[in-house]
Every structure is written in C-alpha cells, then in structure tokens.
Design a protein around this ligand. Structure first.
Ligand code: SF4
Length: 232
C-alpha cells in the first residue's frame, strides 16, 4: 500500500475509536474559545514540554487573572507574577521570557501578522521561528490548527508512533513532517485529523514503555508489531 493510502487507512481506523475532547488538547480548546492569534500562541508556548492538562490549567489561571491576553496585558505584568500564574506548567521563567519576546514582536509586527493568511506556510514559519521561544512544533501547530494551512507538528507521541509504524525511513522532525504533508497532498483536514489521532493513539495505546499492541487497530500496518511477533 502506498504511503497516502496507508495514512488514510490509519485515519479511518483510529477515527472509529477516538473522540478527542477539547479539554485534552490545548489547540482544540483555544480554537473553541475563539481566541486571537497572540493568545493562541501563548497557549501553545504553555504546552511545550508539558502535558496539555498542565498547559490548560496554566492558561486558565492566566486568563482568569488577565481577563484578556494581549501583548499589552502580558507586558504590563511583572515577570514574577506571570511566573506564579503559570507555575503549574513548569519552566515558568523560560516561558515568561518567551511570552515577553512574543508580546514585543507582536507589537512591532502587527501588520505582518495580518498578512500571515496570504503568505506561504514556509514564510509564516520563518517569521515565527525568528521569535525567541518559538520552535518548529509551536510554529507548525499555529500554521495548521490556527491558520488552516498545510503543516504537520510532531510531538513525542507522534514521533514514537510514526517511528514504530515505520512508514517513513527518515527520523528527523523536518523530514518526517515534510513526508507526512507530501503523502497527504497538503490536505489540511487530513493533516489535522492525523495529528490529533496519532497523539491520542500514543497516549492511550502506543505508549512509550509498553505499547498495547494486542489492542491496536493498526497493528497490521506496523513494523514494530511485525518484528515483535517474529522474534518473541
Ligand atoms: S502495533 Fe503496537 S507499536 Fe504498532 S502502532 Fe500499534 S501499539 Fe504501537
């Protein structure tokens, strides 16, 4: 089966069992709340290197305190107060530095942000990644989930599941992400679905230490499963 058909089959099978809830995915939660671009990126920065549950709790505390999250409200708060509000997400000092850098950047580049939707995903990515605290994954979550443009963010769950499945030969972030986008022909809806479903699958079945292959609906397409069966 070619890569596109394989990914579509995986999406179909996983869609039958998973019903991702907004409260478990910060990007879905933020979209449901109708937040602005700046607030969306603040939420995604909160989710770096922590669980979505912790990120959401930190976001809600910040939101409750500030009322509205804008570059001005972020810059008007003392760093210590911001750190206290988001401590539950961990790495508070570093995140607050990223918030402040993002706020300054947004104030200086208001017109550029308005033009994002008319740019290529690659150009948007380049602009975002020039900001302190924004890496490939954060930029790609924004491009795919917020702007609705082709991108494929890869977190630790997705990296693990894709590597076990063995659909692609490469392992680096950039190569895997590009390979998925190409295999799905830039289809944004499919990219979004696959992104969420693979995270769900990694959290619930294809766990890091002990993948539950006996329960896995996509095991017939999985290299790890085939090898494990052969050698056990
Ligand atoms: S068969 Fe096992 S290793 Fe492969 S995707 Fe399913 S749970 Fe993960």
């Amino acid at each position: 089966m070619d890569q596109r058909k394989l990914l579509l089959e995986i999406i179909n099978r996983l869609s039958d069992v998973y019903r991702p809830r907004e409260e478990e995915y910060i990007a879905l939660y933020l979209l449901k709340q109708g937040v602005n671009d700046f607030e969306f990126l603040i939420g995604v920065i909160l989710s770096q290197n922590t669980s979505d549950r912790n990120a959401l709790e930190a976001y809600k505390r910040l939101k409750m305190y500030l009322g509205i999250i804008t570059p001005d409200t972020i810059l008007s708060l003392q760093s210590e107060k911001l750190e206290e509000l988001i401590r539950v997400a961990g790495m508070a000092k570093r995140r607050v530095e990223a918030f402040k850098a993002l706020a300054m950047w947004f104030k200086e580049n208001e017109e550029l942000v308005k033009r994002f939707r008319n740019m290529s995903p690659g150009d948007v990515r380049e602009h975002l990644m020039s900001i302190y605290g924004i890496g490939s994954k954060t930029a790609d979550v924004y491009i795919l989930m917020r702007l609705g443009m082709p991108a494929f963010p890869i977190d630790t769950h997705i990296k693990r599941v894709l590597s076990r499945l063995g659909i692609f030969s490469c392992t680096s972030y950039e190569c895997l992400s590009k390979s998925v986008i190409e295999a799905l022909n830039n289809d944004v809806e499919m990219l979004k679905r696959l992104h969420i479903l693979l995270i769900e699958h990694g959290r619930k079945v294809c766990k890091a230490r002990a993948p539950q292959c006996d329960k896995c609906l996509i095991r017939e397409y999985c290299n790890y499963y085939v090898q494990h069966k052969t050698f056990s």
